[in-house]
Design a protein around this ligand. Structure first.
Ligand code: CP
Ligand code: NVA
Length: 306
């Protein structure tokens, strides 16, 4: 049984193949539409948290490929509350051909995968966001080319789920990766150790700093995300103070390479981690990046369900 739970589960070749397939499916779609390779297939979309991009891009992706998706809101299944996670997996996988789940605890994704008889796709957990990561590297190779050797991604902000998937993707693909955030908000040690193992094979250079200016120097890509993720709302005020020096604004972007692209997984808290001027400015690729969620996920669906 094959699932899509973390970019770290992929080999560099598997990741490259998924990206190549995403590019093909995107070109096919732009040229008039995709072939119905998922005709008759169904995908359950199980959400414990809100979503715009993940929900809509998966639903539209399934429609484009000839299949159907079923949205299950946080109030419907109530994963682990109304029913145990293994029982949800056992039952839901009798009805659908694949399950996409967005959860709080990553352990719930692992349990779903363990007890499901159909492929499980991680649509974000507290640990990582691999669908986002795949779309992000699709966006990066569209802008910087497929060979990312010597290219530098600077992540400015919280060492969170999105940063984790970016570290894995960069180090699998041989791209340099730097993260800058305040003390106490670094990437988890096991995540960093995994990044180091991949980097030793691919030749990526990875560094962590508390200095956002050092991080963006010579950067080809600047990436940021919210300072308080879903589930951390009660820390939002404190984090807004602590992360203030890490705002991606026009001055910081001007310190990177002249052709730097700026990325954000969205939703953005404009005026906090990123300014209006950067979101809507000449370096922003935010809307292409959001669109690419759909193309990247079609490649995942094609691989797991076709
Ligand atoms: N980037 C992302 O996953 O967006 P949503 O939370 O809207 O799905
Ligand atoms: N780090 C954010 C990403 C949202 C797409 C969160 O987990 O809320």
């Amino acid at each position: 049984m094959e699932h899509f739970l973390s970019l770290a589960d992929l080999t560099p070749d598997e990741l490259r193949r998924l990206l190549a397939q995403a590019l093909e499916l995107k070109a096919e779609w732009k040229a008039g539409g995709n072939r119905p390779i998922l005709k008759g297939k169904t995908l359950g979309l199980l959400f414990q948290k809100p979503s715009l991009r993940t929900r809509v891009s998966f639903e539209m992706g399934m429609i484009h490929l000839g299949g159907q998706a079923l949205y299950l809101s946080p109030f419907e299944i109530q994963l682990g509350k109304r029913e145990s996670v293994p029982d949800v997996a056992r039952v839901l996988s009798r009805y659908v051909d694949g399950i996409m789940a967005r959860v709080f605890a990553h352990s719930d994704i692992l349990t779903l995968a363990e007890y499901s008889s159909v492929p499980v796709i991680n649509g974000l957990s507290d640990y990582n966001h691999p669908c986002q990561g795949l779309a992000d590297f699709l966006t990066i190779i569209e802008n910087k080319g497929v060979d990312l050797t010597g290219r530098k991604l600077a992540f400015i902000g919280d060492g969170n789920n999105v940063a984790t998937s970016l570290l894995f993707g960069a180090t699998l693909l041989g791209m340099d990766f730097t993260i800058a955030g305040p003390p106490g908000y670094e990437l988890p040690a096991d995540v960093w150790a995994q990044g180091e193992r991949f980097a030793a094979i691919s030749g990526s250079h990875i560094t962590a700093t508390y200095d956002p200016h050092a991080a963006v120097a010579e950067a080809d890509v600047i990436y940021t995300d919210v300072w308080a993720s879903m589930g951390q709302e009660d820390e939002a005020e404190e984090r807004a103070r602590i992360f203030l020096p890490y705002q991606v604004n026009e001055d910081l972007v001007a310190e990177a390479k002249p052709d730097v692209i700026v990325m954000h997984c969205l939703p953005a808290h404009r005026g906090q981690e990123i300014t209006d001027g950067v979101c809507d400015g000449p370096h922003s690729v935010l809307w292409d990046q959001a669109e690419n969620r759909m193309h990247a996920q079609k490649a995942i669906l094609a691989r797991l369900l076709a």
